[in-house]
Design a protein around this ligand. Structure first.
Ligand SMILES: NC(=O)c1ccc[n+]([C@@H]2O[C@H](COP(=O)([O-])OP(=O)(O)OC[C@H]3O[C@@H](n4cnc5c(N)ncnc54)[C@H](O)[C@@H]3O)[C@@H](O)[C@H]2O)c1
Length: 253
């Protein structure tokens, strides 16, 4: 396939936050982007921003944990943009609580969105990547994968995504497909704002406390993650696979 062929990317959870920044960045890189989020209207702002900057994107409403909706989202992408060869599994939710207070629903919801969602989308998109002999799968992990109070469900899901990623890298490498995980630290989005609200701390104080632990001495921005994803899905990153890249302003184990 020549370099001039426009690649098609699917970015899940791209209505806002990190996913929206990834969608904007990949569109600026020249990819056509399917902006997938829970409902189609939610993704419209991201799509408008991309189109007014001269890019190409469509909004697709889908719950990443629902097999039929995932299949329909991929079919629409193929029909309206072309076969996707880039997938960013970004959709995510928090249901934080200490273990003794965590409900089964808190556990199941987090597993469904992060793990089942990444599984369903990767499975649905890989056939197009195999046919194209090119593919890039990036899944959003987190520094929480290393353990974080109040996040037994989220930490397990984000660590699970790292094992999932390494296995896809092994299975799919011979088809020209790479799989990597990006693990952000503290990034200012609605998700971190919701966490501050849940623990009853003013967001500025919450951010200050986080920054005091970050070697580069600032909070992360969605664009920090988007720039890293842009590299990993690029033509030049074909020998980087099965890696977990921490985007956290400092080292992680
Ligand atoms: N913000 C951080 O500090 C941080 C740190 C590490 C990892 N992450 C991860 O990065 C990703 C993006 O986080 P964010 O901070 O932008 O979150 P966010 O809450 O701002 O955005 C998440 C998006 O995912 C969508 N979504 C949720 N459930 C969905 C579902 N079932 N189907 C489709 N879409 C769904 C939401 O509607 C929303 O648009 C998540 O996977 C998150 O776990 C975030």
């Amino acid at each position: 396939m020549s370099q001039s062929v426009r690649r098609v990317a699917v970015v899940t959870g791209a209505a806002r936050g990190i996913g929206a920044a990834i969608a904007r960045k990949l569109a600026a890189d020249g990819l056509a982007v399917a902006v997938v989020d829970l409902d189609e209207k939610a993704g419209a702002e991201t799509v408008d921003a991309i189109v007014s900057a001269g890019g190409s994107a469509i909004a697709i409403g889908a719950d990443v944990a629902d097999k039929d909706q995932v299949r329909a989202a991929v079919e629409r992408t193929v029909a309206e943009l072309g076969a996707p060869t880039v997938l960013v599994n970004n959709a995510g939710v928090l249901r934080d609580n200490l273990l003794f207070k965590m409900s089964e629903d808190d556990w199941d919801t987090v597993m469904a969105v992060h793990l089942r969602g990444a599984f369903l989308f990767s499975k649905a998109v890989q056939e197009h990547m195999v046919a194209a002999k090119f593919g890039r799968i990036v899944s959003l992990s987190s520094t929480s994968a290393l353990g974080n109070r109040g996040q037994a469900n989220y930490a397990a899901a984000k660590a699970g995504l790292q094992g999932f990623t390494k296995t896809l890298a092994i299975e799919l490498g011979k088809f020209g497909i790479t799989a990597n995980a990006v693990a952000p630290g503290f990034i200012v989005t609605d998700m971190t704002r919701a966490t501050a609200a849940r623990v009853g701390v003013d967001f500025d104080d919450f951010e200050k406390a986080a920054v005091s632990q970050i070697p580069v001495a600032r909070a992360g921005r969605p664009e920090d993650v988007a720039n890293t994803v842009s590299f990993l899905v690029g033509e030049g990153a074909g020998f980087v696979s099965g890696q977990v890249v921490y985007v956290a302003g400092g080292p992680r184990d």
